[in-house]
Ligand binder design. Structure first.
Ligand SMILES: [Fe+2]
Length: 175
């Protein structure tokens, strides 16, 4: 099946070592920094003021980074950044659009699949390209178990260009 630009989430498969990645995250999660934002993108709001709460861990080496490098190499992506976003049972992200629309996102869910909410509905996936830099989305982890997502920021393709590219190389999507 092909990647569809109009869908905010296009799921696909790759033989990532999800369990090994989660193990490394669990060993390193205390290196994470608190991310507090307002919906308008302002950073460093207080816990009370923020409507966008989570933890971030930027990675430049290590097992998770190496697995992401292997995935990006297979997809023909050369310029990317890796971050793990994690959420406690008090964290949530209100409606927002991620910055940098000339980039796009690949999300890898390290904990069980759970939905990201877009304006046209909820999308559950394990591994997907996600149109988070152009389409409004939100996610509420309040009252839920702790979650962790690897977010790959793809700098060399927009979402549309990445869909075209993956279709050109005949990479299958899951629909
Ligand atoms: Fe987002």
């Amino acid at each position: 099946m092909s990647f569809i630009k109009e869908l905010p989430v296009n799921e696909f498969e790759f033989d990532l070592d999800f369990d090994g990645m989660l193990s490394e995250f669990n060993l390193r999660k205390n290196e994470s920094k608190r991310l507090l934002k307002k919906g308008d993108g302002r950073e460093l709001a207080s816990e009370e003021e923020a409507d966008h709460k989570g933890w971030i861990l930027d990675l430049y080496e290590g097992y998770v980074y190496e697995e992401c490098s292997r995935l990006c190499a297979a997809l023909g992506i050369k310029d990317f950044k890796v971050r793990i976003m994690s959420y406690t049972s008090e964290d949530y992200l209100d409606w927002h659009v991620d910055p940098f629309p000339h980039t796009t996102r690949i999300n890898v869910l390290l904990t069980e699949p759970f939905p990201t909410v877009f304006e046209n509905g909820d999308y559950s996936y394990r591994l997907a390209i996600v149109d988070a830099t152009r389409k409004k989305h939100k996610f509420d982890n309040k009252g839920k178990p702790p979650r962790a997502i690897v977010r790959i920021q793809v700098n060399d393709f927009t979402y549309d260009k990445l869909c075209d590219h993956l279709n050109d190389i005949n990479y299958p999507s899951l629909h």
